[in-house]
Each structure stands twice: as structure tokens, then as C-alpha cells.
Design a protein around this ligand. Structure first.
Ligand code: CA
Ligand code: CA
Length: 146
């Protein structure tokens, strides 16, 4: 029983207001509604990865918090990469939907060719990462590159 669960005592009375039974405890559970959206913990995440890394190399983890009940869909957060920079139809990275871990999925990272990935430049669209809860809504937060 959670400490903040409202507690009510009830007892039955007859027509004259005479108590006819011992009081009983009523516990009232407040059901969570999906009224909070997940939010990334940071506005900027910095990761590094050696050039020439094999697919599956861990780069970094992004995390978000949702104030709703994290044992229900209202507060369980999932992650997605919406776009990468440089834009490439075959992504260089993938994100674990449940943990936010970002790993490489392709070989060919070349520091001399592209020392910084997923930073925004005027000639390319900003990379975007999304976290959503899994409840009705959905509620979401968007992280964009610098
Ligand atoms: Ca939520
Ligand atoms: Ca709630």
C-alpha cells in the first residue's frame, strides 16, 4: 500500500444513525492518466566512436524521463532516430528502442572525411531523435542537433 493512497473509514448505520457494524477501511487507488510527456534529460548529448568501427559498436546512450507511472504505457519511454546528418538513406546508426543506446549499423566511419556526425550544418537538415511514451497520445519529445 502506497503511503499516499487516500484512506477512508466507513461504517454502516441504521435508520436512526446507530452504528450497526464495525468500521471498515476503504482504500482508493488513484489511476494514472497519461498527462506527462517524456523529456530528454539533456539538450545535447556528446558521444564518440573510433573511425573504422565495426557495425554494432556502442556510441552513446540518450535517456528521457516521463513523470507518469513507469510500470504502465503512460510512462514507458521508447526512442527513435528520425533523421541523421549527413543524410543517408542507409543509416549509420541505430537506436535501441527501449534503452536509448545508439550503436553503429554500418562500417565506413572516416574521421578524415567527416570528423563530426550529427552536428547541424547550414547545408544539411538537423538530425532528429524522438522519445515517446507508449500510452494514448502519444506524447513525445524531440531532440535536434546543434
Ligand atoms: Ca506520459
Ligand atoms: Ca499521470
Amino acid at each position: 500500500m502506497a503511503n499516499n493512497t487516500p484512506e477512508v473509514k466507513a461504517h454502516a448505520v441504521d435508520m436512526n444513525g446507530i452504528q450497526v457494524e464495525s468500521p471498515i477501511d476503504l482504500y482508493i487507488y488513484v489511476i494514472d492518466m497519461n498527462d506527462n510527456r517524456p523529456e530528454f534529460h539533456n539538450q545535447v548529448y556528446n558521444g564518440s566512436v573510433p573511425e573504422g568501427s565495426k557495425p554494432g559498436t556502442h556510441v552513446m546512450r540518450v535517456t528521457a524521463h516521463d513523470a507518469d507511472d513507469d510500470t504502465t504505457a503512460n510512462g514507458i519511454v521508447q526512442y527513435r532516430i528520425l533523421s541523421e546528418t549527413p543524410h543517408n538513406p542507409s543509416h549509420m546508426f541505430t537506436i535501441n528502442r527501449e534503452t536509448g543506446d545508439i550503436v553503429t549499423v554500418a562500417a565506413g566511419l572516416d574521421r578524415e572525411n567527416k570528423p563530426t556526425l550529427n552536428n547541424w550544418s547550414p547545408t544539411e537538415p538537423k538530425p532528429r531523435y524522438l522519445c515517446t511514451d507508449t500510452g494514448n497520445g502519444p506524447h513525445a519529445d524531440l531532440l535536434t542537433g546543434l
